[in-house]
Design a protein around this ligand. Structure first.
Ligand SMILES: *Cc1c(COP(=O)(O)O)cnc(C)c1O
Length: 237
């Protein structure tokens, strides 16, 4: 799949340009390749191109691919989709990061179910930054309380925030919700010693990458611009 390699190189240079424009170092940015709807072979190609962080939204699909890719044992797997309570055990057992935690109950289950021999599970709290109705994410006013509770859970390591803003037309407009998220993180870091070490802003997708990097994103999530259109059902042969 030479196409994936080309697209990956293109995204990496877009990230480098955004970083340069923002006066930031590329080494402070992690590309999270969102591989939902893509076969294991596509992940393998991106892995050969240097990707080590992959994001998945659907548990069973992710577990199938993890099994096929067990030889790539330095992949960091990120769960980025909505989480139902009955899925927390497998997520706690098979992922390195979860970006979509927005309730204490889910965080408690992930902490309780994280196997003892593994390091604490890295967590980003998903914030409903535009306060849209019927959208996932904790509301900004309720964030400090949730963050303080999550930071006490022994099986988890709270790392920061994840946002998916609503679409906006211009880069200038796109920067507002990312700036809001950066301020929220900044404020959280001051409210307790456990929160001082927060270091992650998971924000920016292909259409708003530049704006997100300008406002301090540390992890950008890109899917179709690396892999092309998603396929369902996935053809793994
Ligand atoms: C699917 C998804 C992405 C990637 O979307 P693309 O349009 O394929 O780049 C990023 N973040 C989240 C949370 C997603 O669910």
């Amino acid at each position: 799949m030479p196409n994936i390699t080309d697209k990956l190189n293109h995204i990496n240079s877009r990230i480098a340009d955004s970083a340069k424009n923002a006066g930031r170092s590329t080494s402070d940015l992690t590309l999270l390749a969102v591989s939902k709807g893509q076969p294991a072979a596509a992940i393998s190609t991106a892995y050969s191109g240097g990707c080590r962080h992959f994001g998945e939204n659907y548990l069973q699909e992710a577990l199938d691919k993890q099994q096929q890719l067990h030889a790539c044992n330095d992949i960091h797997w990120h769960f980025i989709g909505p989480i139902q309570s009955n899925k927390t055990r497998k997520i706690a057992e098979n992922f390195d990061w979860v970006h979509s935690v927005d309730r204490l109950k889910i965080a408690q289950r992930l902490s309780d179910q994280r196997p003892e021999q593994l390091p604490p599970l890295n967590i980003c709290l998903q914030v409903n930054i535009d306060e849209e109705e019927s959208k996932s994410g904790i509301s900004p006013v309720d964030l400090p309380e949730l963050a303080q509770s999550v930071s006490q859970l022994p099986g988890l390591k709270l790392r920061g925030l994840m946002v998916i803003p609503k679409p906006r037309a211009t880069e200038h407009e796109q920067r507002q919700p990312f700036s809001d998220a950066a301020k929220l993180l900044c404020r959280l870091k001051t409210i307790s010693p456990e929160l001082e070490t927060l270091d992650t802003l998971s924000m920016g997708m292909s259409g708003d990458l530049n704006a997100a990097v300008a406002e301090g994103a540390t992890m950008v999530r890109i899917g179709t611009d690396i892999f092309g259109p998603r396929q369902y059902p996935i053809n793994n042969s």
